[in-house]
Ligand binder design. Structure first.
Ligand code: 0X9
Ligand code: ZN
Length: 295
């Protein structure tokens, strides 16, 4: 129903999730976990055989509107999980919670109006939008997140001021889900990043995050991908507060929190030609498998 040779619009992606829910009702259920500023649904697919003792894994894509390879790769991963679920013990041992487009308004805006739009679509006029990856509630309002609504990294009015981030908080905060990993998909730069992002310090267990990250780096190379760089985002990139990964680990206590910055290395940047979807998504899936098998 979806192809991975072109980038798709929001309704096609959501239609694909609904199709999976209808076609594989024993393992797939689709839930709207919230609505965007402009009222679009934020859809999440849960893939599970309902077995007690499964690990819970969260994945999101499309926090940043222009990073089209992220929803494309996350939907590819969904497809792989569903098609191979019965024949793969690794996939079956997980309850997958996956939201391919966390910023649906921004995603549509990047298709309709401004290909390089990053933020959500809060407000209107000259300075629109909040950077959702500066709006999560761990060390919100610190370095690397602007108080200026005109900035690309505007942090919002307050932590979780946006319905898109609130939807994640509400879902993840539910009791009795044994979260093991939180994986957020972005582009570009070919990085596997772990906390902290808020400054250049690292968590006490960073060696373990690095060990598992190395497995992901190796898995990507094994499927013919490039060598992704691995490290804490505050060191490898820049300090930036209010990210989803820091909140997942720092506030929610989810040990394995990663941001995957997919292709490319800057040649095309955010405007990655569609023929790169297939290899990029395949290496993202390999990285996910490597991480999940270690957590
Ligand atoms: O700056 C970001 O939000 C991410 N890079 S992007 O080019 N996709 O915008 C990196 C986020 C890393 N994590 C934290 N800073 N917490
Ligand atoms: Zn991003």
């Amino acid at each position: 129903r979806l192809s991975w040779q072109a980038y798709h619009r929001l309704t096609d992606i959501h239609g694909y999730l609904d199709y999976l829910g209808e076609t594989y009702p024993q393992i797939c259920s689709v839930k709207t976990i919230g609505s965007s500023v402009q009222g679009r649904p934020i859809k999440m697919i849960k893939i599970s055989n309902g077995r007690a003792g499964n690990k819970a894994i969260w994945m999101d894509g499309g926090i940043h509107a222009r990073e089209w390879i992220s929803p494309a790769s996350v939907t590819y991963i969904i497809n792989q999980i569903v098609l191979k679920y019965d024949s793969d013990p690794l996939l079956e041992s997980v309850d997958w919670y996956i939201t391919p487009v966390l910023n649906p308004d921004g995603y549509e805006y990047s298709h309709n109006v401004d290909r390089l739009w990053r933020k959500n679509r809060r407000g209107s006029g000259f300075c629109t939008g909040t950077d959702l990856n500066r709006n999560f509630g761990h060390k919100w309002g610190g370095p690397g997140a602007s108080a200026n609504p005109c900035a690309e990294t505007y942090r919002g009015n307050s932590a979780f001021s946006e319905p898109e981030t609130t939807a994640v908080r509400n879902f993840i905060s539910q009791p009795n889900i044994p979260w093991k990993a939180y994986l957020s998909f972005h582009s570009y730069g070919q990085y596997i990043l772990y906390p902290w992002g808020f400054d250049s310090s690292v968590p006490a267990d960073y060696r373990e995050l690095d060990r598992v990250g190395q497995k992901a780096v190796a898995a990507i190379q094994q499927v013919g991908g490039p060598r992704y760089a691995l490290g804490s985002s505050g060191k490898l990139l820049y300090p930036a507060t209010g990210g989803s990964d820091d909140w997942a680990k720092g506030t929610m206590g989810i040990k394995y929190a990663y941001t995957l910055e997919l292709r490319d290395n800057g040649r095309y940047g955010f405007v990655l030609p569609a023929h790169y979807i297939q290899p990029t998504a395949a290496e993202a899936y390999a990285a996910v498998r490597a991480i999940v098998s270690e957590v």
